[in-house]
Design a protein around this ligand. Structure first.
Ligand code: URA
Length: 444
């Protein structure tokens, strides 16, 4: 079938066959199908959607477009975790050593941050000496010896997705559920996961702003996982206010260490226990989510999770002493408080604004080429529900010593405005909204 006929078929609401999807993706990756035809097809998908079968075929085709990790020489069920991206989302830094300490091997490829959300690889690079580049053999050896390794996504994983995502970005076709779902799942499948736990964020700081859309995206990804034989569970979690109390690379590593020491913020710990419990069940290390949570709590209380963190850091060339002494992490020399403008209670914190403010301080990338500063960021001293007095600090900005005063003033104002102070105490927000498995949605 000619490309134009496949575009027309999708435009008119038809279902493409596996062969047609193969021809499209291979042709586009190899350059025989031009951007203008692929854009037209993406727009047709945007309006017409795709069936579960088409979405699974597209996912497998994109996964097969580049290098695929074979993790079969790692003992045990390899369970991957993916977050759709949030502000202050330092979960992987806690969860990787925590689930490894509880008996599930973690062989993870992660990305760098872009825009108002951070990336695990940047955070790990805040640890002095830590390398995110390992050969495939060293990666596998490390997981077999230490139970955990986290590396930067290699250049040639899912080139079809890379090219198509770039095109969607400039043709207003990013926001299509089957295209997002296949993009995310193709990378997880190419990374060799046997089972997948998805943290689908919902709220103002998330990609998906409403619970309804987040559930639809989660269902699409669970359906792909099921169609391609990877057990997949999705958890819809709140991203209305930032997660935890730190936004910025070294600051988030410090918070992850505190969480592994058992003194992290309640929301970050709750989320790690929830996602970790599904990982343990899928990985065969626990029979039920509640026994899994007990096992994870015990790993924190006994110090096993923190010991595993230090072992993991040392295995990748980093200084394990950061596990006992986070002062060894890079620290921004200039700090500025953000005072509350009124007495009352914190009613809301716009996560996206905090993420943008951290990016402006230099913690995140405005474009792929931006150079980041690992030491800068924001510490949130107040979260939703907390009482505040006028003049009391809501947050602290960590800035580079050379930061321009006018710019710092404007970032301070942005953070102040991100906080809504109200006279009545707000109900604490629910963190876990729903869990989606192949059997359906359970709302919490
Ligand atoms: N993240 C991805 O990896 N792909 C998308 O399409 C959207 C978000």
């Amino acid at each position: 079938m000619r490309t134009v006929d496949m575009i027309q078929k999708k435009r008119d609401g038809g279902e493409l066959t596996r062969q047609e999807i193969s021809a499209l993706i291979q042709g586009y990756t190899q350059g025989t199908i031009p951007d203008y035809q692929m854009s037209a097809w993406a727009m047709a998908v945007y309006f017409q959607g795709m069936t579960a079968r088409e979405t699974a075929d597209l996912t497998l085709e994109m996964a097969a477009s580049g290098e695929q990790m074979d993790l079969s020489s790692i003992r045990g069920v390899k369970v991957d975790k993916h977050s759709t991206g949030g502000v202050g989302d330092t979960v992987t830094l806690v969860l990787a050593p925590l689930t490894a300490a509880a008996g599930v091997p973690v062989a993870k490829m992660s990305g760098r941050g872009l825009g108002h959300t951070g990336g695990t690889i940047d955070k790990l690079e805040a640890i002095p000496g830590f390398t995110v580049e390992l050969t495939r053999d060293a990666f596998i050896r490390q997981v077999n010896e230490h139970g955990v390794a986290v590396i930067s996504q290699s250049g040639n994983v899912t080139p079809a997705d890379k090219k198509l995502y770039g095109l969607r970005d400039v043709t207003a076709t990013v926001n299509s559920i089957p295209l997002i779902a296949s993009s995310i799942m193709s990378k997880k499948i190419a990374s060799g996961a046997d089972a997948i736990v998805l943290d689908v964020k919902t709220g103002s700081g998330a990609f998906m702003k409403t619970l309804e859309d987040s559930v639809r995206l989660a269902e699409a990804m669970v359906s792909i996982g099921t169609e391609v034989g990877r057990r997949t569970v999705a958890v819809i979690t709140d991203m209305e206010e930032p997660l935890g109390t730190a936004v910025g690379n070294a600051l988030e590593v410090r918070l992850a260490v505190e969480t592994l020491q058992g003194r992290g913020p309640k929301d970050l710990e709750e989320l790690c226990l929830e996602l970790g419990s599904h990982m343990l069940v899928l990985g065969g290390a626990a029979d039920t989510a509640s026994t899994a949570k007990e096992k994870l709590k015990e790993a924190i209380a006994s110090g096993a999770a923190l010991r595993k963190f230090k072992e993991f850091v040392a295995a990748q060339g980093g200084d394990p002493a950061v596990g006992d002494n986070p002062e060894l992490l890079p620290t921004a020399s200039r700090q500025r408080e953000v005072p509350a403008a009124a007495d009352g209670y914190v009613g809301h914190i716009t996560a996206e604004e905090i993420g943008v403010a951290a990016m402006e301080l230099g913690a995140g990338r405005e474009t792929k080429e931006s150079v980041i500063d690992l030491s800068v960021g924001i510490r949130l001293l107040k979260k939703v529900g907390d009482p505040v007095r006028r003049g009391e600090p809501l947050a602290v900005l960590y800035a580079k010593s050379t930061e321009d005063n006018a710019k710092l003033d404007s970032i301070q104002e942005r953070v102040r405005l991100a906080y809504r102070i109200q006279s009545e105490a707000a109900e604490p927000r629910k963190l876990i909204h729903a869990v989606i498995t192949k059997d359906g949605v359970t709302y919490r």
